[in-house]
Ligand binder design. Structure first.
Ligand code: HAM
Length: 418
């Protein structure tokens, strides 16, 4: 027997209410903040991601689903959404539209990670990108949008972590200071951090090993080494967030797992959750569009993991509106009644009522059991007598009351329940 590939899941019908609820929340927040939908292909040229996400990252080094297609072209299933949106922005000349261009997506994302609760090899993201403006007011708006999105879903006890990791001008100096510090503490570091020290020192701050965490705690902080422009940008952002009354914590060790970030980075986490419970994260990526061959174009965005949101909705017991399933099952006895039931089901559907005629050759009793198991509101019963008199018997499943009505009045009767 085949099984879903490790790290992938089926979303069964009973789960769908959660997905629709979160998607609806995403659509609604995007409407309110003026974001338009964009959909990009599931796979791209590999170079797009190695270039954007960065060579020294876990995503590029260990997690991408990369293969040569039949024509020998190297392609990768998207391991995140931002690079594709930037590619599309350039490819379709979206820089000629009023800036910032505000776009959102709901997309499946592929990363070869070690599967566990809240960590899958195919997951789904709701993401937003605001491209073409470096105003810290836009950072505040994007963070506010992420925050309001989670609260509109009725998730509670979330925390917003914020940091600034500087720009092309100030980051090299900071990295040199960070490297110096870590070189002085190299003996206690884990093996991965030994490599990070050489290849991607910023990620040293993010290590989950207890000994490395102790070292990271006392490490020099990027916010203390920002250039005047970045400093001012960060201060303005903090002020705007305070004005918007969004509570945040400056987390000096927040660096994110993708290399394209500049200045603002942020994450939203549930209380008491570790790294793997992060609901969403994002930041500025002011150099990425230029890196991909465009003019220098500042931008900021965020993405949230749908599966993690749903895990937390369940954990917090948030009540989700459910959509009713099938409303009417038409039960029948005899061949003529069966034909009648098929026509009747078609008529009810045309009248906007969700209906099915029982199939197979079950007894009437078994058909009623089926109606019960399906949770329909009404069963409609047609036998020889009903066929002869052009009537149908309606059974209210909630109280087992039955009445016989003219068949042509059924849509009316069922719609009004009287
Ligand atoms: P990211 O932090 O890598 O950012 O992913 C965003 C969110 O996707 C995470 O906070 C988490 O909720 C979810 N997520 C990530 N990996 C997994 C996984 N293996 N299983 C389940 N959920 C996962 C980005 O991808 C950036 N592109 C966000 C961004 C947009 N930055 C600027 N614009």
């Amino acid at each position: 027997m085949y099984q879903a590939v490790r790290g992938t899941t089926d979303i069964l019908p009973e789960e769908q209410a959660y997905w629709r609820y979160v998607e609806q929340g995403a659509f609604d927040i995007c409407r309110r903040y003026g974001y338009e939908r964009i959909d990009s292909p599931t796979f791209e040229e590999t170079g797009l991601f190695t270039r954007s996400v960065g060579q020294g990252t876990d995503i590029v080094e260990k997690e991408m689903y990369t293969f040569a297609d039949k024509g020998g072209k190297k392609v990768t299933l998207r391991p995140e959404g931002t690079a594709s949106v930037c590619r599309a922005y350039l490819e379709h000349g979206l820089n000629n539209r009023p800036q910032p261009v505000k776009l959102y997506y709901l997309a499946s994302i592929f990363r070869y990670e070690r599967p566990q609760a809240g960590r899958l090899r195919e997951h789904h993201q709701f993401g937003c990108e605001a491209i073409g403006d470096d105003d810290p007011a836009l950072d505040a708006e994007v963070i506010d949008m992420a925050w309001q999105f989670f609260s509109s879903l009725k998730l509670q006890n979330l925390s917003l972590q914020l940091n600034s990791i500087g720009c092309r001008q100030c980051r090299p100096d900071y990295l040199a200071i960070l490297k110096d510090y870590y070189t002085g503490h190299a003996e206690g570091l884990c093996r991965d951090c030994g490599v990070r020290l050489v290849r991607n020192p910023l990620r040293l701050l993010d290590c989950k090993q207890p000994a490395c965490q102790r070292t990271a705690k006392k490490a020099p902080r990027s916010v203390d080494h920002l250039c005047p422009e970045c400093r001012r940008h960060f201060e303005r952002l903090e002020a705007y967030l305070e004005q918007l009354e969004i509570p945040f914590t400056v987390n000096h060790r927040l660096v994110r797992g993708l290399d394209y970030y500049t200045r603002t980075v942020f994450e939203i986490q549930p209380a008491g959750g570790g790294a793997q419970s992060t609901l969403g994260g994002g930041g500025r990526y002011d150099d990425l569009i230029e890196e991909l061959g465009g003019k220098a174009t500042p931008a900021i965005g965020f993405a949230a993991g749908m599966e993690r949101i749903i895990l937390n909705l369940k954990k917090q017991g948030v009540a989700i509106p459910t959509r009713p399933g099938l409303e009417v099952l038409i039960a029948w006895t005899g061949d003529e009644a069966k034909e009648e039931s098929i026509k009747l089901a078609a008529r009810l559907r045309q009248a906007g009522i969700s209906a099915a005629a029982a199939t197979g050759s079950k007894s009437l009793k078994a058909q009623m059991r089926q109606a019960n198991a399906l949770g329909v509101r009404y069963a409609v019963i047609i036998g020889d007598e009903e066929v002869k008199t052009g009537t149908a018997t309606v059974r209210d499943m909630a109280n087992a009351q039955q009445k016989t009505v003219p068949a042509e009045s059924l849509p009316e009767v069922l719609r009004h329940g009287d």
